[in-house]
Design a protein around this ligand. Sequence first.
Ligand code: SF4
Length: 147
Amino acid sequence: MLVVSACLVGVNCKYNGENNDNEKVKEFLKDKEYIVVCPEQLGGLTTPRDPSEINIKDGKEVLHGESKVISCKNIDVTDNFIKGARESLKIAQMFNCNKALLKEGSPSCGCNFIYDGTFSGNKISGKGVTAALFNENNIEVFSEKEL
Ligand code: SF4
């Protein structure tokens, strides 16, 4: 069983109220069992919402209190991101998921890269908060870019 970023299969849960509908993802999932989650919605954020970035390093630091997630309007949304990651993990464990197909680059779902916290489009290697929590709980994460 897989857990999948909801935006990748067409759910309009992205920060701007749209989605990241991806044909390759849908083709890959065609014969598989999966459940979708949107960690940012599960963390209590609205849709649409302001985009946010991790300000130091990546999701692992956020989980361990060494970094924060900050919106483009300078609002601290760290608690929402951590809550969303925990709720997503709860769902993944409820359905015995051992793999997660997540949206690359997101401060929640990014598997290999995220944005650097300056809102300038610069990418750095690292994981989003949910991807980091999944990793710490033996759920293998991979992104749509790796299909
Ligand atoms: Fe997609 Fe994840 Fe962002 Fe939700 S939190 S919109 S599932 S990338």
